[in-house]
Design a protein around this ligand. Sequence first.
Ligand SMILES: [Zn+2]
Length: 236
Amino acid sequence: MTINDYVGFVGDQVRYRIAGDDEPVDDRWFGGRGYDLILSARGMMKQASTANGVFTARVTQESWNTPLPGLGVVRPFFAMHQPCPGRLLSEAVSFLCDPTVQEERVVQFVYTEDVWSVHYPEQSASVGSVTFDATHPDVCIEIHKHPGTAAYFSGADNEDELGLKVYGVLANVTEPGEPVLRLRVGVYGRWLYVRANSVFDGVSGITEVMPAIVRQKELVPGPLDVFLRRFLGSFR
Ligand SMILES: [Zn+2]
């Protein structure tokens, strides 16, 4: 077995390690007082040694409610360096709300050389799906519409939206009232719901929905985003 690195050492009770292969077993004597926390391919493992053996257990999701010793807290976080102008959102919403189009549709927002633009990719669509080239490297935001259903991310959306960008679903596109938008930031298969005003500058003409399970502290409100943009200045 290989241990790639020691990433920290907290007193003489806990060591943090990164496993270099599938079975990180370390039978070195560790004084019988502490334990190792090992970042492994199958999650965080807790390992302790005695004079007569090694014991390894998985740190379960429930265990994470108790903070790991010696580590800081990293919360879900999103800040955009240069938000997209709200007029481009309005333009895209008009396109998606075309009452003569019954199928799904998608629009992309491209950011190149400090300039935002709306991109309408070639697409073939049905009422329940839309196929298009999602690999354009400069696309930062992608919004598709759900004709006739609610603004939620479907199982198919979860399988498709595995990149690093902001994803959106627009619904209520032909019914009375404002179109309904839901946005999330995707980080290669993990998502964080965000409000439109942390992505677009000047939002009008849409209603937002947020899932009930999203806790307020996980959201990045507009004013905080402005603050973060100024002091951190990067797309994270
Ligand atoms: Zn969808």
